[in-house]
Design a protein around this ligand. Structure first.
Ligand SMILES: [Zn+2]
Length: 330
């Protein structure tokens, strides 16, 4: 936070566009120049073209009024100029920073890895040329999904205070992972090469965080609740996709209502995390298994209909009520 804000504020200090009033420490003022320093539509248009340099209309911009800015932007934003990746651009940064600030209210702290970078080794009269935009590993749409998942789980848990009571705090950061994301006590890691984080996954990982913070007793409780390790309910043969109950490394039996996406690695912790996601997103849960609805093999243990009618729903619901009860007793 300090890092990103400081860097960008620095850039703002050096902006050559004239009348930027220096407001150090206020994140909201960082990008004011896009609206205030120039005719807003003109500048927006200019910058939009910079993100899409192959667009022929780029050449139709009258350079007489903006050429100094053209020069500055070309110098200052070489990364944006050539970067079609979807990573957070300078233009998207205000939206991204807004989400980061909103998430802090939930004690969810995103490690900001994008922002203006000051390069003191470059000497120039226009000192903004010493600042370059540095993309990080985050995409704006991933932050949108992160916020959505946090808000939806918070609502399911009964509000902000209960969410914080249940999870404490969560540090969220990008890193190298085999999976899409990973959740544990006080952290959520997000894969820095797969950019498809969705709200379901966010709730799933926060489920791991909640479970971990309670010494994994929530998933252990689920095992007791569903008799998921009962060897008598294991199938005699396993299907090729290892989606049948008990056909996984852990010998875990889904006992009636497996989570979608269950595979060879499925175990009690995954079952709990998937069940929590299905609790928060019952319609999405239905959609996830809909493709199997014609497959008789899965008929007895996928939640075709409403997840809210399943015993797993009742289990998750009781945990959430228990956490509310415990909070009130504190
Ligand atoms: Zn998981």
């Amino acid at each position: 936070m300090t890092n990103s804000t400081a860097d960008i504020t620095l850039a703002n200090n050096y902006t050559p566009y004239g009348t930027v009033s220096h407001t150090a420490g206020s994140g909201d003022s960082i990008y004011a120049y896009t609206g205030e320093q120039l005719d807003s539509s003109g500048l927006t248009y200019l910058r939009a073209r910079y993100y899409n340099p192959l667009d022929g209309r780029f050449l139709t911009i009258d350079p007489s009024r903006l050429e100094s800015n053209l020069y500055v932007y070309a110098m200052a934003n070489p990364v944006n100029y050539i970067d079609p990746s979807g990573y957070i651009t300078e233009k998207e940064a205000p939206d991204a920073e807004k989400i980061v600030r909103e998430l802090r209210i939930y004690n969810v702290f995103v490690e900001v890895d994008w922002g203006m970078q000051y390069i003191p080794s470059i000497r120039s009269i226009n000192t903004i040329s010493n600042c370059v935009w540095k993309v990080g590993e985050w995409e704006l749409k991933e932050l949108v999904e992160l916020r959505r998942g946090v808000i939806d789980l918070s609502r399911a848990m009964g509000g902000l205070n209960k969410f914080i009571y249940n999870l404490g705090y969560i540090d969220v950061y990008k890193t190298q992972l085999k999976s899409k994301a990973a959740g544990g006590e006080y952290y959520m890691k997000v894969n820095n090469s797969k950019h498809n984080l969705d709200r379901w996954t966010v709730v799933h990982e926060l489920g791991h965080s909640w479970d971990a913070k309670n010494g994994w007793s929530w998933s252990n409780g689920l095992v007791q609740f569903t008799m998921a390790l009962n060897p008598n309910t294991k199938p005699v043969t396993c299907d090729p996709n290892s989606r049948l109950p008990g056909c996984n490394k852990a010998g875990y039996v889904y006992a009636g209502v497996p989570a979608a996406g269950s595979d060879i690695n499925f175990d009690a912790r995954e079952d709990f995390a998937e069940s929590l996601a299905a609790y928060v997103y019952p319609n999405e849960a239905y959609k996830r298994v809909y493709g199997y609805s014609n497959d008789k093999t899965y008929k007895d243990f996928l939640y075709y209909a409403d997840f809210r009618t399943t015993s797993r729903w009742a289990y998750i619901d009781s945990l959430i009520r228990l956490s509310i009860h415990l909070q009130q007793q504190r």
